[in-house]
Write a protein that binds this ligand. Sequence first.
Ligand code: ADP
Ligand code: ADP
Ligand code: ZN
Ligand code: ZN
Length: 809
Amino acid sequence: MPDHDSSMVRLRGVRVHNLRGVDVDFPRDALVAVTGVSGSGKSSLAFGTVYAEAQARYLESVAPYARRLIDQAGTPDAREITGLPPAVAFQQARGVAQARSTVGTVTVLSNSLRLLFSRAGTYPDGAERLDSDAFSPNTPAGACPRCHGLGRIHEVSEASLVPDPGLSIREKAIAAWPGAWQGKNYRDILAVLGYDVDRPWRELPQAEREWILFTDEQPVVTVHPERTAERIQRPYQGTYQSARRYVLHTLATTQSTTLRNRALQYVEVLPCPACDGSGLRPEALAVTFAGATIADLAALPLTVLAEKLRAEQDDSVARVVVEDLLARIEALVELGLGYLAMDRATPTLSAGELQRLRLAATLRSTLFGVVYVLDEPSAGLHPDDTQALLRVLDRIRAAGNSLLVVEHEPEIIRHSDWLVDVGPGAGEHGGLVLYSGPLDGLRTSADSVTRAHLFDPPAPVGKHRTPAGKVELRGVSRHNLVETDVDFPLGVFTAVTGVSGSGKTTLVTGILAAAVRDHLGAARSHAGDDEEPVADTSRHVRSITGLDAINRLVEVDQRPIGRTPRSNLATYTGLFDGVRKLFAATDEARRRKYSAGRFSFNVDGGRCETCQGEGAVAVELLFLPSSYSPCPACHGARYNPETLEIRYRDKSIADVLALTVDDARDFFADVPAVARSLETLHDVGLSYLTLGQPATELSGGEAQRIKLATELQRTRRGHTLFVLDEPTTGLHPADVEVLMRLLHTLVDAGNTVVVIEHDMTVAAGADHVIDLGPGGGDEGGSVVAVGAPAEVARAGASRTAPYLREVLE
Ligand code: ADP
Ligand code: ADP
Ligand code: ZN
Ligand code: ZN
C-alpha cells in the first residue's frame, strides 16, 4: 500500500547538479510550470531528474541487461522518487539535426502523402502502380539515380576548374588538380599525348580544353619523366583522368576532410537536372494527385496544401488518407506553423519551431498516462500564437497526460495548474525549491524573483533616442516579402515584431544583415560557427542606401558554438589562452619545460590519452543514441597526472575548468586579460556556467549569450550593427532586464541594435518598432506598423498592438 497520494509525483532529497537535496511534490494529469532565473536548476529538475529517472526505469523494464550501462551513465541522485509516469521529453534542439530530415519526415506527413500517391495517384497510361516507398528520395526504390535522392549535384565547369586561364598547364592552370607528384604526372601524360603544356590555357583550342577537363576516357601511356637536377626517374605507365573525374571521384570516395574540402572549392552545387531538385525517380514524378506531383505538393505552405486536399476529400479511394493528412496538418497550423512547407529542411528551422513540430506530431498518436517534459515551448511564438499553444497543451492534459514545462512566458505560467519555482539565484546560489503549489500561493513567497515579475511587472522605460541616419531598403522581395519598403534607423534600438512566419528572419537576417555583410566584404565579423556563403542580396533588393554609416556587423544567433565536447565556454571566448599561459609561467612548469600547449586538452602532450582529453567516453546503448560516461582513467579531469601536478594558486588546470564564471572572476580578479572576458560573461547572465562546460550541453540561448559576450569584450565605441534573433529565449524576466541594459549600453555608445523579439517588454523599451504581418507565410511579408512603441501600440491592423498596449499601460 502506498502511503501517499497516488495523484502526486513525489521527489525527495534530489541532488542533481546544483539542486540541494530538494523535496518537491507536483500533481499528475496537470500542467506544471517550472520557473526561475537561468541556471537556478529548472532543467536539472525537469530533465536531469524527472525525465532521466523515467527514462532509466523504462530502460530497465525493457532491457534488464541495460542496468549496468544505466549505472555508468548515472541515474539521478535522489533519495526517493514515487508516482512517476513514463516520460516523453522535448528539449530545444541541441547538436546536429539529421541531414535529410524535413518538416515532412519529422511530422510523418511524408508517409501519408506517399501512401496517397501510391493508392490514389493518377498514373500515366500503362504505368504500373508504385509502392509508397517509390515516392521517397530516401529509399533505393525512390531515389533519383543521378543524385541518389539528394536533389543536389556537385558539378564542375571550366571556370570552377581553371580559375586563371592566363596560366599554362605547367603553371598550374588546372587548379583543381592534386598537388605534388600526382599533378606533375597528369601534366606529363598530357605532354606525351601531344598537348601543349606551356601555352596559356585560354589559347588552347576549345576541343582540347574540353577533353582535358571533362573526358571520361582514362588512357594509359608510357611517361618518361622530365629530368630534374636532383634525381633521375625511370619510365612508368601513367593513367590519365580528367579534372572533372578527379574532383568528383575525390568527393565521392575520400575519407579525408582536407581532400574533401579542397575538392569542394572546385565544384558548384546545383539542383539536380534529372529530378529538378526533388530527389525522386522519373517514374514517381510522373504520378500526380489533384494535378500536381508529390514534389509540387511538398513545396506548398501547409495551409495551401490543406486547401488543395480538402477539395479532393470526396474521392472515395483517397478519403481515409486525406482525412488523416488534414488532421495532422491542422495540428501544425494550430501551433502557428501553417506557413511551413513539407520539403523545408529541418536545419533551417529555429529550435522553437522544431520543438513545436515534434509536439504537433505526437498529438495524433494515442499516448496517455505519460509526462511530457518541455523546454520553453513558447520560444519563437508571438503572444497571439501562445493562445493556440495553450489549447494544445490543454488537449494533451485532457487526454490523461501530465505536462512539466520549463517556462518564462507569463501567459503560460498563469495558465498552469501548478507552479514549481526554483531559485533564488543561479548555480550554487540557486538549487532550492522556493515554492510548489497553485499559482496564487506564490504571492506570499518572499524570496522568489518570479513573484515580482508575475504579479507586478516593472514598467518598461523607453529612452526615445533620435536616430543618426538610416538604412533604406526599397523593393525587398524574398520568401514572402514582395516589393516591401523598410527603413532601419541607425544609432537606436529597433525591435522587429510579428507572428511566426511573418518574415522577420527573412528581413533581418536574410536581407539587412546579408546586405551589410556584402557591403563590408572581407571586413565582416560573423559570430556564428559556420560561415555562410555570401548571399547575393542585390537579387532580392531593388535599392539600398545608408550602408556606409556601418563599419562592422555582429550577428548573434542561437546556433551551437560547437558540436563536440572539445569546444567549451573557455575555449570559445578565448579566455582559456590566457589561463594556459598562466599555468605555463609557474615555476614548476618552467622547470619541467611545459609550454602553454601542454595545458590544452585538444592536442596530445598534456591530455589524458584514454579519452583523448574529452573527459568522457561514449557508452553505446542498443537502439538508443550513445551517451557519455566519465573517463575511467582521468575521471573527467581530461589531463594526465603529470599535467595536473602543476598548480596555479593551488588549483590544477582541471580545477580551473570546474570553476563557475563567478568563482573564476574572484580567482582571476588581478589578471586583466582573463578577468575582462569573465566580466562580460557575468554581464550577460552566465555567471553560473562552469568554464569547462562542454558546448554540447549548452542551450541555444546560452550559446547566443556566449557569442554576445565574446563580441562585447571586443567592441568599443563605434558604428557596429548588432543583429540578434530572439535574445530573450531561455531567459527569466529578471535576466532579460540585465541583457537589455547591456544592449542599451551598446546603443548609448553609438552602435545600432536590431532584435527580432516576441517579448513585449523588450519591444516596449525599444526606440523603434517594425511590425511585420499581418499573418504568417503568404498572409505576411508586409510592414503593418512602424514607429515608436506607443505609436505601434495604437495601430489598428497590427496583431502585436494589443499586447504592446498591455505592457505600456
Ligand atoms: P536552468 O534550467 O534553471 O537554467 P540548469 O538546471 O540548466 O538551470 O543548471 C543549474 C546548475 O547546474 C547550473 O549551475 C549549471 O551550470 C549546472 N549544470 C547544468 N547541467 C550540468 C551538467 N550536465 N553537469 C554539471 N552541471 C550542470
Ligand atoms: P519569421 O521569422 O517571422 O517567423 P520567416 O522569415 O522565417 O518568418 O519566414 C517568412 C516566410 O518565408 C515563411 O513563409 C517561411 O516559410 C518562408 N521561408 C523562410 N525561410 C525559408 C527558406 N530557407 N526557404 C524557403 N522558405 C523560407
Ligand atoms: Zn536527382
Ligand atoms: Zn580521460
